[in-house]
Design a protein around this ligand. Structure first.
Ligand code: ATR
Length: 290
């Protein structure tokens, strides 16, 4: 617990989802509030899918200042908000809500968080050729962010091909400047990639890799959105092949930083937020940004 004193003016923030007991967000945001001496507290609000509309009403009624939204509510909350930013609309998912005196504004900071985490790789997303592994909600957010940022090619490979096909079908018209395609693994092997991104859960629970990196003709940079374990088998392969890579911790950190700024208007103290994440990570179960 931090040493700030809570009083009648303390603003309340939180994360809503199911489950949220292992969320690292309370540690990250309370560290930021402490650092900047903001009179606010961040807690976890467990809520089931059936409770979504009442949970949103609760945010309004109890004057909760802002919430992060996590699995499984990211899409379900959209109809209950007063405003949704164009990016969050495009993704079809909100992970951050701000309460402007009863008016609830939803945005998506996962996309910006991921893009900012790529900065340490120095990959230039505009004109980049990108291979995405997976076709779930995380792949969807990253597809929108990367295509929006000007990627020239995004090919999606997924265990269930139909899911990848649906994703491409949904976004092909919105991003005419990006070559969006469903791809089999063999097709990915044969092409050069500026960036390979793993959004699947493979490697999280067991030491296995969604692909064999050695089979690829060329991969310049690699990102895995899993952050526990910190080094998946895929990231180990990248290290062996001297491919610069990142795990999902940066995405988690920077989505939090962007949410913090969205709520408070303040520059997020990312150093203390990262330290808070790292110190809690050892006690948390295997997980990934999503
Ligand atoms: P999220 O919405 O958080 O991205 P998700 O919708 O559960 O999570 O997606 C998980 C991704 O990991 C999917 O692409 C899933 O593939 P399917 O669409 O075929 O289910 C992928 N995935 C999970 N387990 C996998 C496995 N053992 N092998 C290959 N892909 C797997």
């Amino acid at each position: 617990m931090n040493s700030r004193s809570l009083d009648g003016r303390t603003r309340v923030y939180g994360v809503v989802g199911h489950p949220v007991a292992h969320s690292l967000s309370p540690a990250m945001h309370n560290a930021a509030f402490s650092e900047l001496e903001v009179n606010a507290i961040y807690v976890a609000f467990p809520s089931t899918p059936e409770q979504v509309s009442r949970m949103i009403e609760g945010v309004r009624a109890m004057n909760v200042s802002g919430v992060n939204v996590t699995v499984p509510h990211k899409s379900a909350v959209l109809p209950f908000l007063d405003e949704v930013t164009p990016l969050a609309q495009k993704v079809g998912a909100v992970n951050t809500i701000r309460n402007d005196q009863g008016r609830l504004v939803g945005t998506n900071t996962d996309v910006g968080g991921f893009l900012r985490s790529l900065e340490s790789l120095e990959v230039q997303v505009p004109q980049a050729r990108i291979a995405l592994l997976g076709a779930g909600g995380s792949a969807r957010a990253l597809l929108v962010g990367l295509a929006d940022a000007g990627a020239s090619r995004i090919w999606i490979c997924n265990r269930t091909t139909e899911r990848a096909r649906q994703l491409i079908h949904e976004f092909q018209e919105q991003f005419p400047g990006t070559d969006l395609q469903v791809a089999e693994l063999e097709a990915l092997h044969a092409e050069p990639w500026d960036l390979l991104v793993n959004t699947t859960t493979v490697g999280m629970e067991h030491p296995e890799s969604p692909v064999d990196l050695h089979a690829f003709q060329e991969v310049r940079y690699l990102a895995d959105i899993i952050y526990k374990p910190a080094q998946t088998l895929l990231l180990q392969q990248a290290e062996q092949l001297r491919i610069p890579s990142i795990n999902g911790l940066g995405m988690l950190l920077y989505q939090g930083a962007e949410a913090f700024t969205f709520w408070t208007g303040l520059k997020a103290p990312t150093g203390v937020m990262r330290d808070a994440l790292l110190s809690r990570l050892q006690d948390s179960p295997p997980t990934r940004s999503r």
